[in-house]
Design a protein around this ligand. Structure first.
Ligand SMILES: [Zn+2]
Length: 140
């Protein structure tokens, strides 16, 4: 009984907080236009570099495991869900400041051209589509 009351108080104090992960900036419907494009400018998390200008990328869910040394050992369900969210671009020349790695198993990995943080996403040589992880970028 006391436990239930405690839980209720916590929910009142932190409405909708159980779905928010403070370390991951997951796009909401406010960040996406009616046709699914990015409203905000997509930027590098480490430096002021612009990666994509507004209205270029489409938010998609895609199963792909991006190699990430920082994520090793951090297996979190909320994080796993957002790890499958990507900004998809069908023209690799639409990127502003992005470098491409050498081809590895049919894909090229994307890095920030300025600070070389990465991989922030990948380019599929078969489909010619590029994907940028929502976990690897910030917005402005
Ligand atoms: Zn950068």
């Amino acid at each position: 009984m006391a436990e239930t009351a405690q839980k209720l108080v916590e929910e009142l104090n932190h409405p909708q907080n159980n779905e928010v992960n403070e370390t991951v900036d997951i796009p909401t419907t406010a960040d996406v236009t009616a046709d699914g494009k990015n409203v905000k400018q997509i930027k590098c998390q480490r430096c002021p570099s612009t990666i994509l200008v507004p209205g270029i990328a489409t938010l998609v869910t895609h199963e792909f495991l991006l190699p990430d040394p920082e994520m090793t050992g951090k297996k979190d369900k909320t994080l796993d869900d957002s790890l499958n969210k990507y900004w998809c671009v069908d023209n690799m020349y639409a990127f502003e400041n992005v470098g491409f790695s050498k081809t590895v198993d049919g894909v090229k990995y994307l890095i920030c051209a300025d600070c070389e943080i990465g991989p922030i996403g990948w380019h599929d040589l078969n489909t010619k589509l590029s994907y940028v992880s929502v976990c690897k970028i910030s917005y402005c």
